[in-house]
Design a protein around this ligand. Sequence first.
Ligand SMILES: [Zn+2]
Length: 82
Amino acid sequence: MKAECANAVDYLYQYIDEELTWSRRLRVRWHLRRCGPCMDAFDFESRLKERIKECGRDEPPQELLDRIRAFIEQEAAGGQEN
Ligand SMILES: [Zn+2]
């Protein structure tokens, strides 16, 4: 996994929760636009977050977050073969 992808993933959660400053949001957006695996992960996370809200839960279970993170890392590693 590339370092910039790792950073983007770290910011992803805060981005979705709208806890980022505008400069960091821009940085994440910029990365998502040029990085397919992270964009897919972002889509997935956003939808998941919506679902969780609909179900009336504030926070997803930690186990689920761990699984998502593993999935993202796998995707990012597999999608970037240079
Ligand atoms: Zn990326």
